[in-house]
Every structure is written in C-alpha cells, then in structure tokens.
Design a protein around this ligand. Structure first.
Ligand code: ATP
Length: 900
C-alpha cells in the first residue's frame, strides 16, 4: 500500500509539471480507486498506470456495462462500499459503473455481489473510446433511418466527416478514423461510466455552504427525489457526460453538482449527441435531459444554455452579432494551435467544417498551464463581450478574447465554440425543437423556485396522459414565446411560476416584436371559395412594400403613449426604427386621443405624394436602410395599416379580425399620403373577388390578401403561415401561385457578351430540419446586363473555395464558383417538376428524387430575407403538390400551418 501511495504522489507531481489531461485522468482514476485498494489488489493500479504509458490505441471491444436500475441496487452497493467519510463512500459506489477506458481494471474493483445485483446491459462499442477527442467516451445515439440520403447534408455526411489527419499525431489517427462521434451507429444507448474524478471530488468540496444548505431544505415530494439527493454529490466525469443515455437521471447522470456553474463541456457533449442523431424526437429527448439536469441542479444556467443551444446572444431583435469574419477565426485558431493559417484553411476545407478542424488542432496541442475549464454562463458572457466590442482595434481585441476561450477548450468544446463564433451550430437543432425540449423537460422535471424537486413526474402516469401533458406544455411555451419572443423574460418566468402561469407573466409587449402571421399562396379565385366555403372572409389589397410592425409603448404611468420609445420592426423582427424617422414623426397624426399604447401591423409603401399614387417596391428599396435623416429622405412612404394587435395594454391576437379592424378604425385616423387603412371589401361571389383583384392591380398592388373575418379562425396566428390568410397574386393565377425566394449557392462564368461576369447561377431552397441548402435549379434568365454586372460584383465577395458541407447538389451541376449562402433572390417559374438530379425537397414527395423549377426567371433581390428565411423544402413540396396535374396524387403536402 505504501508503494502505491508513493506512486500517486509521484503522479500528482507529474500532473502539476505537465498539465497533461491524460495524466490527470489516470491520476484521478487511480485516486478514486484508492478506497478499493485498501483490501484489494495493486495489480489494478499498475494496470491503470501501465495503460497510461501504453500508446497503442484501444481495440474495438464488446464490453459489459453495469447499469443501476433500481434503488435497491443502490442501497446494496452503499452497504458494501468501504467505510470512510461520506464522500468517499459515495465515490466508491460510482465505481460500479465502469467506463470503457477504465476497462477491466475497474471491473475487478467492483465487488462481485454488487455486480450480480445490478442488471447488465450488453452494448457494442463502436470501436475505440475516442470521439473527436481522444479521451471523451463516445455517446451512443440511436439513429433513425430517415429519408435516403443521396446528398451531402451535414447529417448524412457525418459518418464520412473528414478531419485533417495530418493535424493529428500518428497514434491518434487510427482512433479518429475508427470513431468520430458522428460515426456512431449503435443500437443500444450507452450508460455513462461514472467514475468520480479527482476534479469532481475537489469540486464537491468547493460547493458553497449556501447550496448545501439549500439542498438540505429543499422540499422533496417523492421518494425518488430523496434518494437522489443522497447521491447528488456524485458527479459523472465531465468527459463522460451522456445526455443521450436511456433512463437518464437528472442528478445522478449529471456531471456537475447542485449550485455549481454548468461546465461548457456538458453543453458541448449535448450538442455532440444531438449532432449524432437525425431523429428529431431523439434530439428533443437528449436536449430535454440536459435541461432537466439544469432544472434540478442549476436553474440559473438554463437561460445561458438556451441561448447557447440556439446560438443566440440575446433576443433576436437586439441584433447582437459576433461579426467575426471566417479568416479571423482561422487566424485565431492557427495562432492558438501553432499551425499556419494555410494549414487550418486546408483542414477546414477538407472536412468542410472549421469547427471540426479546430477541434482536431486543439486536440493535438498541449498547454503548459491549463486555463480553468469553461462554464456555460461565462462562455455566453465572453461571446457577448466579443459582439459588443466595436471601434478602433476591436478586431484584435475580439481575436484575443476568442483565443483565451479557445485555449481553455477541452474535447469537443473547441468544435462547438468555433461553430458558435461562425454563427451557426449546424447540428440540425431548430428553435422549435429547443422549445419542444423545454416542454418535455418541464413536464418531466417541473421547475420550482430554488430547483426542481420532482425529478420524474412521468412516473406512474399512463403514457398518453404524460404525452398530453407534454403537448399542453409545448403549446403554452410556443405560444407564449410567439407573443413575447424574449428568453430573458420567458425563462425566468418559467422557473419562477411554472409553465401554466407563463402567459400571465410573458405577454405581448410594445417594444418586443412578434413573428408576424403569414399567408398561404393560392392560384385562383376558386381556391378561395373552396377554402372559405363556410366562413365569412374579407379581401384586402396586397400592397407591395415592406412590412412594418409599429410598436407604441405607454409612458410610465400608462396615461399616454410614449412616442420617444416607439419602434418599427421588419417582417423578420429587425429594428427598422432608424430607417423610418418620417413615420415616427407622423405618429401623433395617426393615434386618436384615447390610445395609450398599441401594436399595429402595416405595410410601408413608396408613395408619390403629389400624384397620390403607390410606387413599385423597387423605389422603396432605394431608401437608406439604417440611420436615415429625415431631411435626406428622397422616397416618401405611405403606411397602410391592416391590423391592430395590441391596444391600450390589451392583446387583441385572440380577437377575430372583424373586431380588430373595428378597433383599428375607431382608434386611428387616416391622413392623406401618410396613413391609410388597407382597402378592403367583404366579397361574397367569385365575380366580386375577381373585380376587386383587378382594382387592386390597377392601383399598383400585387394582388389580394383574403382573410377569415369572424369566428375562431379569424384570430391573429402569430408566427404561423396560416390557411386563415390566403394571398392571391396577379402574376401567378393558375400558375404555381407564388414566387420562390431562393439562395444563390453557385455561379457559372458568362460567355460572349456576358464574359467577365456570371451568366448563370445555381439556386437552392432551405431545409430547416437538417439545415441544408438543397439545389433547386439553374437560372440564367430574367436578368438585364446591368443586373448581371451588379449581382456578379456582389457575389464575388461571397466566393468560397469549396462547397459547404451543408450544400446538397449533384456533381453534374458543379458551378465555376461556389458562394457562401448569403443572397436571397425572388424567382418565378412556369411550374415545378420532379428531378433526378436536383435535391430540393428530396424524400418529401419522392423517395429519391428532388424537385426543380421549370423555366425559372429572376424577379428581384430579397434584401429583407436571410438565407434561412428562404423558401423551405417543405414549401417547395407543397407548391409541387398543389399543381393541378399533381394534385390527385396520393401524397399530401406537409402541414404548413404550424409555427414557422
Ligand atoms: P411571406 O411573407 O409569405 O414569406 P413574402 O415575404 O414573399 O412571403 P408576399 O408573399 O409577397 O411576401 O406577401 C406577404 C406580405 O404581404 C406580408 O408579409 C405583408 O408585408 C404584405 N402585405 C401587403 N398588404 C397586406 C395586407 N393587406 N395584409 C397582410 N399583408 C400584407
């Protein structure tokens, strides 16, 4: 025993000198196992130590893991633990869950009686224990079959994800080849090995007395909670954290203790597990497991973690962006890892992902003095700091901050940190899935002030009852978020008051833009009558300008509107207030005396004041986009108000349009050339609609908006493209019904008179679930020569050396230049057809064919849409299926009435 203790001392010394994480881990394992060595063998310690010196990668093994399934097993194991202080006793209990890496040695350490009592689960190892990081255990995630992947989506590419092997030392190369996390194709989910690390013990010791106190006074309403609390000091090693584990326990399976700041590695491991699955339900479950641990142990970290999962720094309308060019990020990674910029660039190009390249580079680099581990809260704070840095030398300061974060990265942290800094996590996690995960987490582990006390509320509930509860939570959370899209308000209210009380505490608020209601396209007047057969509807002119959501808050005592805080938001919740000083100045003319606050839905349209005529959208688009000064404004606008969403502090979204319209007209005034109500008519025959459409077109409008007027369907469907609003555009009657907004991903060099510019382009739609741009068609018509010159010039700034790994296209369409997804163009087409080569909406209508546009023509640049707001694959499929010749086919379009 004496010699073994000496050995530990020597190893501790070695750790302090080298700061090698590998050494640390071995030491921690040796230290933790220490209890067992009193009365057990030295061979195990020697084995563990020998394995440190051995550089050979582990062979793929079939291993047996023990899983604690019931409380009885736990208590038994408690009894057989060597008596020491409480902590040691608990830590020894952890020994029963052996990790791949601790291998047989730890299994020997597990008393045989304990092993017999716990159930065994045979799992297949995917190879070595190395994920992208050599020391992290792979997370086993069940993969769904999904649609056939004949394209290069990030998910489908994952198994083939290449990491620049040249950046790895030889001994790691094999491991990496054999088992990046994304390669996991495992039928069983793995249970986390739960050896308590030395660091973990230290951490536990440092838990504040307050949190301990809080722990002891926490009300516990279930036996399970009491048992869990007994064990909650134990933590899974951070590198082994696995939120994809089946029967996940929010305390026992967490890698931090109550009251501690959540390690960034826990989040990174969660993102990694999500990236490793393509099944949406599984993604939601994984994330909800992580959230459950937050609810139980560190509720105050839920907000930063939600932001980090969404890769947002603040509410979307704050427009807080990191603003770091890819090259600067590459430079930062190169400098931190002792590589050249060229090396990092080529590594990123090879694997199509700077995050993975950065992780590989980081994994092979050792630091003399390891910085303290990253914590979620602090990472978010640091990212905000980066975003807020402006002015002279801000780039260098940003790089310095990024470097300090990067050098503290462990395991897969580097990958997700760099992707966050790039602005996109690309793990296929849409905001709706995050909200769904919150719903599942709160239904299972209901939030309570001071931390959740019921850890598994699904216990004892019939599954359909529990599912109904989750659905109810999801509806409440999603609708509340739609009305008040601000996590800074939503998450604290959720923690404080619970889900049911959310709508009471997070309401539609002037100043917080909501996602607007959108309309479905139609191709003819007859479609309107089919849809609104038994409903009362109204038609409005569809103005061709820019959506303006006008918010006027009340002053402090609520007695009058505070015009100095009025704001105007775009369709995408961007703050356009500084673009329209003229509209703000005119607000007193609009609001009648009885208005103290309001939110109006309007269209701002370019207007010829003298001729009293609406001007085309192209004229409006010449206006300065930010910080306009009224005296410099050349293009006058007239605002056409078509909805009232809040009046004097009362939300009207649940009221029918007829009532909202009445209130709008009662409380607002029309002012010639400045404020008008949208021209409307409640038509009852096809002829009336047709005539009204002709009038709209004659008055420079795009067509009609047809809206349900009374009844339940006439509410304002926030954040939905709803069938309760239909758009009827003049150009598309009996055609495909609408234009498409597509992303330009490639260019073909022009010949002849187009030489020197691009003459054709490769266009893509967006698949939000997999976060892929799917090639939709090539386009070469609809452009004037001048268009081509300007567009080519703009696109040259977005040229990239290779296609992104989230572009899905056929090699036969390979363009001369690839572009980063930046520009959105509106295009129209004769019709849509199935295509064996194009990838748009692949799997949605046909198993392995995509959809492409026939005779596409360029209409205009959509500066108001981001690439992710382009026409989605689901919309393309719906448009294809809505064509008369296709309509009778069995397949049905996706339900697009859901939240977008
Ligand atoms: P979408 O917003 O549906 O994705 P889009 O941005 O291409 O598509 P359109 O399909 O051209 O826009 O039409 C919808 C837009 O029409 C609304 O977002 C709004 O800005 C504008 N609009 C004009 N008049 C009205 C009206 N009377 N009612 C509602 N919206 C109107």
């Amino acid at each position: 025993m004496l010699s073994f203790s000496k050995l530990i001392v020597q190893f501790r010394f070695l750790v302090n000198c080298t700061h090698l994480p590998v050494t640390r881990k071995v030491i921690s394992q040796v230290s933790i196992s220490n209890n067992y060595f009193y009365g057990r063998n030295r061979i195990m310690a020697q084995k563990t130590i020998m394995s440190f010196f051995s550089s050979a990668p582990k062979k793929p093994v079939k291993l047996e893991q023990e899983v604690i399934h019931d409380e009885e097993t736990d208590s038994n194991s408690d009894q057989s633990s060597p008596p020491a202080n409480g902590k040691e006793k608990r830590s020894s209990k952890r020994q029963r869950l052996e990790s791949n890496s601790s291998g047989s040695a730890s299994e020997e350490a597990s008393p045989p009686d304990k092993r017999r009592k716990s159930k065994r689960l045979r799992i297949e190892s995917s190879g070595s224990e190395t994920g992208p990081s050599p020391k992290s255990s792979p997370m086993k995630v069940e993969k769904s079959a999904g649609p056939p992947k004949t394209y290069n989506s990030p998910k489908s590419k994952k198994p083939k994800a290449k990491v620049d092997l040249s950046l790895l030392p030889k001994k790691e190369t094999n491991k990496r080849k054999s088992s990046p996390t994304s390669e996991l194709k495992v039928k069983e989910e793995v249970t986390s090995p739960t050896v308590k690390s030395e660091k973990a013990i230290k951490k536990e010791e440092s838990v504040s007395p307050d949190s301990k106190k809080e722990e002891s006074v926490s009300p516990v309403s279930k036996t399970e909670s009491t048992d869990s609390e007994k064990k909650e000091d134990k933590v899974v090693p951070e590198t082994e954290y696995n939120p994809a584990k089946s029967k996940y326990h929010p305390i026992r399976d967490a890698c931090w203790s109550r009251g501690q700041e959540v390690p960034y590695l826990a989040l990174a491991r969660t993102l990694e597990a999500i990236e490793g699955t393509s099944a949406r339900l599984k993604m939601v479950e994984i994330l909800s497991n992580f959230f459950r641990s937050l609810l139980a142990l560190s509720p105050e970290d839920l907000l930063p973690c939600v932001y980090l999962c969404l890769n947002q720094l603040a509410p979307a309308y704050h427009s807080l962006e990191l603003g770091i060019a890819e090259t600067y990020l590459m430079k930062a990674v190169a400098q931190c890892t002792g590589r050249s910029l060229a090396q990092i660039k080529s590594a990123a190009q090879k694997c199509g992902d700077l995050g993975s390249a950065a992780q590989s580079a980081r994994a092979t680099q050792r630091t003399m003095f390891a910085p303290p581990p990253l914590r979620c809260r602090r990472v978010l704070r640091a990212l905000k700091d980066v975003a807020e840095l402006t002015g002279h030398a801000s780039v260098n300061k940003k790089i310095a901050k990024i470097q300090s974060l990067f050098t503290a990265c462990r395991h897969c942290e580097a990958k997700y940190l760099i992707r966050s800094l790039e602005g996109k996590l690309r793990i296929g996690l849409a905001e709706q899935s995050v909200l769904q995960a919150l719903a599942l987490a709160t239904a299972t582990t209901p939030p309570a002030p001071g931390g959740a006390t019921v850890l598994d509320a699904s216990r004892g509930l019939p599954s359909d009852e529990f599912k109904a509860r989750v659905d109810a939570h999801a509806l409440t959370i999603k609708s509340t978020y739609c009305a008040c899209p601000n996590y800074d308000a939503l998450i604290p209210a959720l923690l404080q008051y619970g889900v049911a009380a959310l709508p009471e505490h997070c309401k539609l608020t002037p100043g917080v833009p909501l996602k607007p209601m959108l309309a479905h396209p139609t191709r003819g007047v007859h479609e309107i009558f089919n849809r609104f057969e038994n409903e009362q509807f109204t038609c409005e002119w569809k103005y061709d300008g820019e959506r303006a959501q006008i918010h006027v808050p009340a002053n402090e005592d609520g007695s009058a509107p505070d015009l100095s805080r009025a704001a105007i938001f775009s369709r995408n919740q961007e703050d356009n207030t500084s673009k329209y000083p003229d509209i703000l100045r005119r607000l007193p003319g609009l609001l009648r005396e009885n208005v103290t606050s309001c939110v109006l839905d309007c269209e701002a349209v370019a207007y010829d004041v003298a001729a009293k005529k609406i001007l085309p959208f192209q004229v409006l688009s010449t206006r300065k986009r930010k910080d306009a000064r009224e005296e410099d404004i050349q293009v006058q606008v007239c605002v056409f108000a078509f909805d009232l969403l809040l009046l004097n502090g009362r939300s009207l979204v649940a009221a029918p349009l007829a009532e909202r319209r009445r209130l709008l007209r009662e409380h607002c005034r029309e002012v010639e050339g400045e404020w008008h109500f949208a021209t409307s008519k409640d038509c009852s025959t096809m002829e009336e609609v047709q005539q009204f459409l002709d009038e709209a077109v004659a008055n420079s409008c795009e067509g009609l908006m047809v809206k349900t007027l009374t009844g339940d369907h006439a509410r304002y469907d926030i954040a939905r493209r709803s069938h309760n609003w239909l758009k009827l555009k003049k150009d598309y009657l009996e055609g495909v019904g609408d234009t498409l907004d597509v992303v330009v991903i490639g260019g073909y060099r022009g010949r002849g008179k187009r030489a020197g510019a691009f003459g054709g382009f490769l266009l893509a739609c967006y698949e939000p679930e997999q976060e892929v741009y799917q090639a939709l068609c090539k386009i070469g018509t609809g452009f004037s020569d001048e268009d081509l010159q300007t567009l080519s010039k703009e696109l040259e700034q977005h040229v990239i050396e290779a296609p992104r790994n989230y572009y899905s296209y056929d090699r036969s369409h390979e363009p001369d230049a690839w572009f980063s997804a930046a520009l959105v163009w509106e295009v129209r087409c004769a019709d849509l057809s199935l295509s064996p080569a194009h990838r748009a909406a692949i799997g949605l209508v046909d198993h392995d064919k995509g959809i492409s546009l026939r005779f596409p023509r360029f209409v205009r640049v959509r500066t108001d849409k981001t690439p992710e707001q382009a026409t989605s694959a689901q919309q393309v499929a719906a448009m294809y299926l809505a064509q008369d010749q296709i309509k009778n086919q069995a397949a049905k379009p996706a339900n697009l009435d859901d939240f977008y």
